[in-house]
Design a protein around this ligand. Structure first.
Ligand SMILES: [Zn+2]
Length: 121
């Protein structure tokens, strides 16, 4: 929009007058106030339309935010599950002794066993 709706509405009223201008002030005032009213109505309508567009955009963004929130919940749940699984694997695959040598008590491979090496990659 290059021109505000109020200007367009005012020019419409002026165009309808063509070459006619009322000779007396009372009728000239009436024409002026009719143009002012048309301009105000046009601005109100444009404002209402803009508010409706913003409301639509807001609703779309709210939907997007809710979707992202649901995705995040899923990701957090997956992360907690994976963390619990890794913790359980580390509890099972541990060295025979506190010294960092010997074999894994779970798979009997030399420590660190392949399972633990895979986890630490
Ligand atoms: Zn192991």
């Amino acid at each position: 929009m290059t021109q505000r709706p109020g200007y367009t509405a005012t020019y419409d009223v002026i165009d309808k007058l063509d070459d006619y201008l009322p000779p007396d002030p009372a009728h000239r005032n009436a024409i002026i106030w009719r143009a002012v009213q048309a301009a105000l109505d046009a601005e109100d309508a444009a404002g209402t339309e803009a508010v409706a567009e913003l409301a639509t955009e807001l609703a779309e963004e709210r939907t997007l935010v809710n979707q992202l929130r649901a995705d995040l919940d899923h990701a957090e749940r997956d992360n907690r599950r994976l963390t619990a699984v890794i913790k359980r694997i580390r509890e099972l695959h541990r060295p025979e002794s506190d010294q960092y040598h010997g074999k894994c008590v779970e798979c009997a491979e030399w420590w660190p066993c392949p399972t633990i090496r895979d986890l630490e990659q």
